[in-house]
Design a protein. Structure first.
Length: 461
């Protein structure tokens, strides 16, 4: 194939319906040279017969045939809705060509034309259908991630993944993101796509937990007309729509075993088969999967395919919950406040010391998503001045001190290290030995707390 000639999807089935034998053979030979499997028909009857046995990906069809008009094939819905149909007409037949497009054809070419024009028309058709599916699952605006000290390890892993992706460009390995609900897995997937080698290609996000079991395979892999009850029209799947780009499978653990098996094939072999189809289609999709429960736990419990888990668990990222992000919480809150205020066309107010104290006192079971909602609520209802978050639990103002005001230093003195050890032990008891939470309550870093714990253990050994 000449390097400057457009190529077609490998092994795609094309039907050329043309009365002029010389033109038909020339066009068929050209398309076959572009990687297609080409079938020829010289009239309507032959085209109907062939369409009953083969699901064509593309059709190049003359409008004027010996036994009638090519429009009849469109009115009869002879071809799958997934097929890209390009009609060919002689000069003066534009009116009929426009009618053909109203009936479902994707494009028309006026004779004479160059064979590569047919290839380009097919590729436009395929891109248009994929764009329609992408529009249904269009991702929202990209969000900037706040990488504080608590996400240092995540950022280092991201840099390593991006370096590998830019080296490969194609056949990118899957990425698995694990973390509790609301920790920002979708935002991280978008960030990874936006900074990767496919930034200019489509990004499609789908929440697998929202897909009914009986429709999940159809949504992900597409279907042919009549493949199941109510499948009145063919539809391409999200894997096809994301071809060349990134498909984000959020909450992948909720997929049925049958859907998991097809995802495994798509990831391993980079092929898929539409529901009701008889052949495989090649796709080049970068799969980013996410789960709010570690997939290893689901696999051990028999709720997820171990082979798919092993295939996805190559480049794993774990987003820590907000309760483990320590002193990063307040800078993260300010970052969210700036973004939310900009969306509301407001100048971002400050967060008062009391407001910061209340934010730090929360457990945040909903993680970053819950924090963002609280900030937006405070921005809307808080009025003028710094944000106080009075609706959150905890003291209405920071206490003046942590000790009893009547307490005085004993004349005989005491050992400060012992007090520190006692405070650490109390913080660990109150937080059920959660080092991150204990460090947050004491106002120190986890590293400081671990250092003191190691020193205490060494001293008692």
């Amino acid at each position: 194939m000449p390097s400057d000639s457009p190529g077609l999807p490998a092994g795609c089935e094309i039907l050329v319906v043309e009365d002029d034998g010389a033109l038909r053979r020339r066009l068929a030979a050209h398309l076959a040279g572009r990687g297609a499997a080409v079938t020829e028909a010289g009239n309507l009857a032959e085209a109907r017969r062939l369409a009953r046995g083969i699901r064509f990906d593309f059709v190049a069809m003359d409008l004027h045939l010996p036994d009638g008009e090519g429009l009849e094939l469109l009115r009869e819905r002879t071809f799958s809705e997934n097929a890209g149909v390009v009609v060919m007409t002689a000069f003066g037949g534009v009116k009929k060509a426009v009618e053909a497009m109203r009936l479902g054809a994707d494009d028309y070419l006026a004779k004479p034309f160059e064979p590569d024009e047919v290839v380009l028309a097919f590729l436009r058709s395929r891109a248009s259908r994929a764009a329609g599916r992408r529009e249904e699952h269009a991702a929202g605006p990209s969000e900037d991630l706040f990488f504080g000290a608590s996400l240092g390890a995540v950022r280092a892993s991201l840099d390593a993944i991006l370096a590998a992706e830019h080296r490969l460009e194609r056949s990118l390995p899957p990425v698995l993101i694990e973390g509790e609900t609301g920790t920002g897995k979708t935002a991280l997937a978008r960030w990874l796509h936006r900074h990767g080698p496919r930034a200019g290609r489509p990004f499609i996000a789908v929440n697998c937990a929202a897909l009914p079991d009986n429709l999940a395979e159809s949504e992900l892999f597409g279907h042919e007309r009549g493949a199941f009850t109510d499948a009145r029209q063919a539809k391409i799947g999200l894997f096809e729509a994301a071809d060349g780009g990134t498909l984000f499978l959020d909450e992948i653990g909720s997929l049925s075993p049958a859907s998991q098996a097809k995802v495994l094939t798509a990831v391993e072999d980079r092929t898929l088969r539409r529901v009701g189809a008889t052949k495989e289609l090649a796709v080049d999709v970068h799969v980013v999967a996410a789960s709010n429960v570690p997939l290893g736990e689901l696999a051990a419990a028999g709720r997820f395919r171990p082979d798919l888990h092993h295939r996805l668990d190559l480049l794993r990222l774990r987003l820590p919950p907000l309760r483990e992000r320590g002193t990063d919480l307040v800078p993260l809150a300010r970052s969210l406040l700036e973004r939310i205020a900009a969306r509301h066309r407001l100048k971002p107010p400050a967060i008062s010391a009391a407001g910061e104290s209340r934010l730090l006192a929360q457990k945040w079971p909903g993680n970053v998503r819950e924090l963002a909602h609280e900030i937006e609520r405070a921005l809307i209802f808080g009025g003028d001045g710094p944000l106080e978050f009075p609706h959150l639990g905890g003291a209405s103002a920071p206490p003046p001190g942590w000790r009893n005001p009547a307490w005085r230093l004993p004349p005989e003195g005491f050992t400060l290290d012992e007090v520190v050890v006692d405070l650490i032990a109390e913080a660990l008891r109150e937080t059920e030995n959660n080092v991150s939470a204990a460090a947050r309550r004491l106002g120190v870093t986890r590293e400081f707390l671990r250092y003191r714990l190691r020193g205490e253990k060494a001293g008692s050994a």
